[in-house]
Design a protein around this ligand. Sequence first.
Ligand code: PBE
Length: 271
Amino acid sequence: DTKINYSEVVDYTIIGIEPGAGITVTTETAIEEGYDNLAGWELEQASTAAMVTELESAIADEEPIIVTGWNPHWKFAQFPDMKYLDDPEGIYGDAENIQTLVRNDFEGDHPDAYEIIDRFYWEVEDMEEIMYEANESDLDINEVAQQWVEENADTVAEWTDGVNEGDGSTIELVSTPWDSERASAGVLSAALESHGFDVEVTPVDPSIVFESLASGDADATVAAWLPFTHADFYENVQDDVVDLGPNLEGAKIGLVVPAYMDIDSIEDLEP
Ligand code: PBE
């Protein structure tokens, strides 16, 4: 038949993102251990911005392209004509959570901030609204997050009601540099600040998020993608951090292609 050999057209290359991302590690696992048919494939690593640029230009020309993708992400939310390739080996997993972790002694040291951070929970639509708004406007994600906290007082009250006001002590949040995590760190900071805490947010690579909590250098994160994306980083520090569970359910990662590509599964790729 006349089926296009997409693997050849994309030169056996997946367009990835930053080398330090969890999805980069997961995709290397898919290539090296998960799928025999990906033997010899390359994962191009540069940045999320470079991936989005390549994706936009491929779509403009209706060319095939395979990228590492995830939700919530404003770009994928905005392109309904993208699809995840099926992952029969379960390397990328099904639904992913974004989870909250704190350092071991944090609850004892800052019980009130701990209570707010433990209660912090929101929906995919909330996070997407902030990312989308920041991309449509000239505002920084932090400013949009601050506005969101002012406009969603009922939700924020679920996190802060009945908790003692902060004594001005500083809470050190550690996060990652993607828009999704700039949004969540921005919202949680604004909520904590509105309740009398000072907050510092440090964006770093995911491996450093986990290490800095385990060493006690940082207090908390709301940026852990589990159980798949950050599995390797988490396993290294599991006993030295406290997992407070999901703050958002319904995230996802995987290999993503434009819907005009007549291909459905990672298994359809050719070595
Ligand atoms: N991401 C977005 C990150 C976490 C958030 C999926 C690109 C990653 O570590 O892969």
